[in-house]
Design a protein around this ligand. Sequence first.
Ligand code: PLP
Length: 395
Amino acid sequence: MKINTNYRNVADSYLFSTIAKKVEQYGEKNPDEAKDIIRLGIGDVTLPLCDAVITALHGAVDEMGKKETFRGYGPEQGYDFLRNSIKDYYESKGVSLESDEIFISDGAKSDLGNILDLFDKDNSVLVPDPVYPVYVDTNIMTGRKVQFADATEENGFLPMPDEDVKADIIYICSPNNPTGAVYGYDALKAWVDYANRNNSVILFDAAYESFIEKEDNLPTSIFEIEGAKNCAIEFCSFSKTAGFTGTRCGYTVVPKALEGGVLNKMWLRRQTTKFNGVPYIVQKAAAAVFSEKGHAQIKETLGYYKENAKIIADTFDRLGIWYTGGKNSPYIWFKCPNDMESWEFFDYLLENVQVVGTPGAGFGKNGKNFFRITAFGSKEGTIRAMERIENLLKK
Ligand code: PLP
């Protein structure tokens, strides 16, 4: 037996454990101050599932308890009722899909990793830096080398294609984690054109699309861009849209126009072979997100997080600190003051105002002098944390 030695090349994931350790050590030395630590580092939602989702869940659970309505294995690619709701959702954005281009899964993370089954090892991979670490690690686990597209203050953390760089598989996440930056129509069109010219595939992560509103005039799906169906696969999730981080449901769109339908067929084959579908009750809950009630209720929850994001962004505006995100994203990514490095700034915030965020260095080399704060905390905690940060930094 030989193990997959590529796993040796995956960097240990120290970021959140190092943060937890630092907070714990601080608490041991400063028990009084530690009682009032405010955590704005979290990337998880904190508000509960909305009523429409809970009602759908209860209804589906009752169905499972009756012989006439009990369900066993469902279709691996998802029930039609949910795929059709998603199809209608895309239609409302002006994107026409066929329901068999939509695949339901237990979340975007699994699909982002699993999709690599469809591609030869001998493909060049381009990932932005800083980045959601899953894109890098899943490629390294399969033995692929990754090259990085630098996201920096100069390009607003939105790198553009470079004709001198050859990339077969390109990752784009917009609105972005960790930077909160969002590509506009023209910028995404440039990526789509590059991909079509170079026979590349774009793996587009739209996990935060619901933070964009109609009046923002920004793309919420890569398929809003002409030509994207020939070169892109889109990953989306109910996690941040509707608080499903613990309930688990997402979806992936593999257009039939891509590679003459081959990738759509391969993904179906992959999923029917290695996956047995998302629970019926969870798919019922996800479908409720698209009901009139569900839509209004998730909008309210998203509004709560967006208000927190605005409180954070307004503080940095007043302080004159450069940042991205905060408008169409639960993340605010700002430049550490006085050229501080992100871990140094982490300690500075913890020790002086007992606020915890996430050092940008944890997301890639270009995050070295940047820091991520999230809007997933409570409004009250966000206000207090930002007052403390403002008082500290305006000195
Ligand atoms: N993509 C991005 C950019 C994320 O930030 C996350 C979660 O934090 C995911 C995907 C994972 O989503 P899911 O919960 O659907 O697996």
